[in-house]
Structure formats: structure tokens, C-alpha cells
Design a protein around this ligand. Structure first.
Ligand code: SAH
Ligand code: F3S
Length: 475
């Protein structure tokens, strides 16, 4: 069927370098923008970048959707649920749009990256003015201007980027901790995963740009930086100049003012000895690793296309723990992958018991169009998937609680992040392992790294007492 659209910007020549981008200074117009973010940290950072770009058009961030002149949905395709929510929520904006005809509604992120999905969005949500993809974010100011000037709907989705856009402005909410993407896309092809389709092939940023950005963050007072990538530990492989995640971390470790470095997500295949040594020896690199396992069964791992088996994964964990004794280890697990039998699921349970993760993100398998797994036989019934995930969550919760309880009595180095909004007089902070600690204290401690003695453990968080002099501000 032929599909006609009023304006679809043709994918321009992607091979042309697109940096540096011209970024207008923030201007005041009184206009407000509201962005709803689904999905991973990378989407969160994209949202912060969109706020940065919108500031140049005179849009200020608002927390009240009703007063927005521009509403954007930054979407996620990794599972079906967040996609369904987007349809529901955007649909319900119809009334608001009728009341405010000048309101601009846009959809960005991973959903428009699929041809089928973006046509569906376009047809089913006719009050949406603008649809654009993950690789068109830097084009946002032009796209908005186009909508404003023509009064027509605009769609622009590039499938692949020739170059990485550097120098985009970012409006960060947090003043202490910042995300920095260092590698885009993914070259693995896990059979359940849509990310390679939505984010394209693996592209590393040049180290110089990253170092400049982190130096800038340090100058602005940031204390902690988390380096982001779908397979962050593959960083540098495509640069061909010998740069690795470890070599980058060592350089960032030198930057005054930055106290803590983290990175996520790591693929088990890309953890090198060099990286393990760096985590052990570089003072500012935290002893924390997010290492998705997905399944504990070899047949399923093979069908998933994960490129490691149970034994190799367990050996890697052993090596990591031997070198980094205080390592906080977390993971992602998928339950109910096509064909997963009860015994194969129990292999996942036994792996979880053996590894004893500090915490885990556990997901019910969700078939994604365009990936390989939906074509596999013997899909697991929904109720079986649900029953399995409940069992797994129970096992993991018990382990998380036990590991936290073992920390009672220890003194942890905590970066104080801010007030605990629910408990007056209490502060929140994070340990080197990224666990949340709540403790009594005054706001003058925010931004400092202080020793906190752990007095009590909950399943997911810790409670403690700061071991600082009674007179604040003397450090
Ligand atoms: N490397 C990426 C992985 C992206 S998806 C990262 O940065 O985290 C995040 C997690 O979602 C995966 O590790 C996987 O556990 C889960 N996931 C991905 N596709 C899924 C699917 N089709 N169904 C259920 N869970 C999925
Ligand atoms: Fe997805 Fe596997 Fe890459 S989970 S992001 S295809 S490593």
C-alpha cells in the first residue's frame, strides 16, 4: 500500500560530517516544553539533550503538562509494554490539543526507528505534529521550526548516521552526577533484542571529545560521571587507534574534581583483563559492574545469541571477584524465552543463587518485531512466564536483603546526594557500589564524600549514621 505523508524529510546524505552543530543561545520567549521519557539511561540523556536544544528555541522545561506549548514523547521499544503506554498517553492528549491548537506534540526515540511502527504512530495519532528518530535529535530545532512555519505534520527518521554529532547542549537536572554516552549502537545481535535496529551499529566517540566533556562537567561542579553505551565495554573497538574503555577510564581518572566514575552496560564478552585491572587500581573507578547474564542455561544462551556459556560467565565472575573483592554486581535476566523449559529456567535460578547478585533487573520475555526470537518454536504461555518471574524475584530479593544485611556495621564511603524527600532530617547518598544509604544529617553535607556507618539494612536500601565531626562544614 502506498503511504503518503504531507512532509517527510528525505534522509539527507548521512556520510557528510555533521559536527560541529550550530547551537543557538538560550532565548526567553515564555514558552514551555514537557518531555516524557521511557526506557534506558541513554534515552534519559537524549531527553536532557532535547531540553538543551529547545532552550535555544526559547522553550523552558516545565513539570506541568497542562501548561506546555510543546510535548514530546521519547519512546522505548525494548518491550511491548512501554510502547502500548505511548499510544494510550498520546491518544489522551487529543483534548488538550483541541483546547490549545498551537500545542506541538512530538514522538521521538526508538519507536519511530521501526518503519512499521512509525507509520502506525502517524496513522493512529493524527494529532501528533512531529515524529523523529534517535539519530535526528540534533535536527530538533529545525524540525520544530518547520512545523511552526508550514503548519504541517513532519516526520524525519534516519536509519544510520555517518558521523557522531558532537557539542550538543545538555540540560542536566542533577548537579552532582552526569551521564555521558561514549558509544552508540550495538554490533551484537541478541535474538530477543531490538536495540541494534533502533540505535544502529556500534559507533564510539573520539576520546578527546569525551575528555573535554568530562573536564567541563568537573568545572561545573559534577562529582560523578557514568559512561553509557549499550555495550560500553566494547568502547574503542571501532576507532582503530587502540583506545579502550580502560584507557579512557585511566585518562578520566586524572581529572580533578571528578571523584567517581561508573560505566554501563557491559557485555560479558568484552570484559578484558585490562579493564579488570583498571577497576581494581584506578581510585575513581567504582567497584561496581552491571553484567547482564540473561539466562543460566546453555541452550537458551545459544538461542539468544549471547556468545558465552554458563561456565564462561561464571569463570568471568570468579575472576572479577578475585581481583575486585568488594565488587557490587548486578544483572539483567529474561524469563520465558521461547522454548524455555522448567529445567532450563531452574538453571537460571541456580545461577542466580550461585552468583549472588546485589540486585537484578528481571524481565518477562516480550517478542519484538524484526528480531529472530519470535520465529522460534514453543513460546512459553504468559501465566507460566509470570509464575517463573515471581519465583525468580523472590529468590533474588532474599539474596539482595542478605547481602545488604551483611553490610551492617561496616563503614561505607558515601557521596551525599541530597535530602531524603520522604523522611525529614534525613539525607540520601550512594556507596561506591551504588547502593542507596539514608542517614540523618544537614544539607551542608550535600556533594561531599563522607564515611557512613551502616546500622540497618532494608531489601534495597541501607540506613546509617554519618561519621563526621558534629560541626558541619569543617572538612
Ligand atoms: N545492552 C543494553 C541492553 C538493552 S535492553 C543495555 O544498555 O542495557 C536492557 C535489557 O532489557 C536487556 O539486558 C534484557 O535483559 C532486556 N530485554 C531486551 N529485549 C527484551 C525482550 N524482547 N523481552 C524482555 N526483555 C528484554
Ligand atoms: Fe541488545 Fe544484545 Fe546489544 S541485549 S543492546 S543486542 S548486546
Amino acid at each position: 500500500m502506498e503511504f503518503t505523508l504531507p512532509i517527510i524529510n528525505n534522509p539527507v546524505d548521512h556520510t557528510k560530517p555533521v559536527r560541529p552543530v550550530r547551537v543557538p543561545e538560550a532565548v526567553e520567549t515564555g514558552k514551555k516544553a514537557y518531555i516524557v521519557t521511557f526506557g534506558c539511561q541513554m534515552n534519559e540523556l537524549d531527553t536532557q539533550t532535547m531540553y538543551g536544544l529547545l532552550a535555544g528555541l526559547g522553550y523552558e522545561k516545565t513539570y506541568d503538562i497542562e501548561e506546555a506549548d510543546l510535548i514530546l514523547y521519547n519512546t522505548c521499544s525494548v518491550r511491548e509494554n512501554p510502547e502500548r503506554k505511548v499510544y494510550g498517553q498520546v491518544h489522551s492528549l487529543k483534548e488538550l490539543k483541541e483546547k490549545k491548537p498551537d500545542l506541538i506534540i512530538g514522538i521521538s526515540g526508538c519507536m519511530p526507528q521501526s518503519k512499521v511502527e512509525r507509520q502506525k504512530l502517524w496513522e493512529r495519532l493524527p494529532h501528533v505534529d512531529l515524529i523523529f528518530g534517535t539519530m535526528n535529535i540534533h535536527r530538533l530545532p529545525e524540525l520544530i521550526t518547520q512545523v511552526q512555519q508550514t503548519g504541517q505534520r513532519v516526520m524525519e527518521v534516519w536509519d544510520e548516521h555517518g558521523d557522531i554529532v558532537e557539542g550538543l547542549p545538555v540540560v542536566r537536572e542533577d548537579k552532582l552526577k552526569a551521564f555521558v554516552t561514549i558509544i552508540y549502537g550495538c554490533d551484537y545481535r541478541c535474538s530477543f533484542c531490538i536495540v541494534p535496529q533502533t540505535r544502529g551499529r556500534q559507533r564510539s566517540r573520539r576520546a578527546g571529545y569525551i575528555i573535554n566533556e568530562v573536564e567541563q562537567l568537573a568545572a561545573e561542579g559534577y562529582k560523578e560521571v557514568t559512561l553509557l553505551g549499550q555495550t560500553v565495554d566494547a568502547y574503542g573497538k571501532d576507532l582503530g587507534d587502540g583506545t579502550t574503555l580502560a584507557s579512557l577510564l585511566w585518562r578520566l581518572n586524572e581529572i580533578d574534581g571528578i571523584e567517581r566514575l561508573r560505566f554501563m552496560t557491559s557485555h560479558p564478552r568484552d570484559i578484558t583483563d585490562e579493564l579488570i585491572d583498571c577497576m581494581r587500581d584506578a581510585e575513581k573507578v567504582m567497584e561496581q559492574l552491571h553484567l547482564p547474564v540473561q539466562s543460566g542455561n546453555d541452550r537458551i544462551l545459544k538461542l539468544m545469541g549471547r556468545r558465552y556459556n554458563r561456565r564462561q560467565y561464571l569463570e568471568l565472575v570468579e575472576k572479577l571477584r578475585a581481583n575486585i573483592p568488594d565488587l557490587t554486581l548486578t544483572t539483567d535476566i529474561i524469563v520465558g524465552f521461547p522454548g524455555e523449559t522448567e529445567e532450563e529456567f531452574e538453571d537460571t535460578i541456580s545461577l542466580v543463587k550461585e552468583v549472588e547478585y546485589d540486585s537484578a533487573f528481571m524481565f518477562i520475555y516480550s517478542p519484538r518485531p524484526g528480531t529472530g526470537a519470535p520465529n522460534l518454536p514453543d513460546h512459553v504461555p504468559e501465566e507460566v512466564k509470570r509464575e517463573r518471574i515471581h519465583r525468580l524475584i523472590e529468590v533474588q530479593n532474599e539474596i539482595s536483603a542478605r547481602k545488604n544485611a551483611a553490610m551492617v556495621g561496616s563503614v561505607q564511603e558515601v557521596l551525599v546526594e541530597g535530602k531524603n524527600e520522604k523522611e525529614p532530617g534525613m539525607l540520601n547518598g550512594r556507596t561506591r557500589g551504588n547502593k542507596i544509604v539514608t542517614f540523618p544529617g544537614g544539607e551542608e553535607l550535600v556533594g561531599r564524600i563522607i564515611p557512613v556507618r551502616i546500622t540497618r539494612a532494608r531489601t534495597w536500601t541501607l540506613v546509617g549514621e554519618a561519621e563526621v565531626p558534629a560541626v558541619a562544614g569543617t572538612a
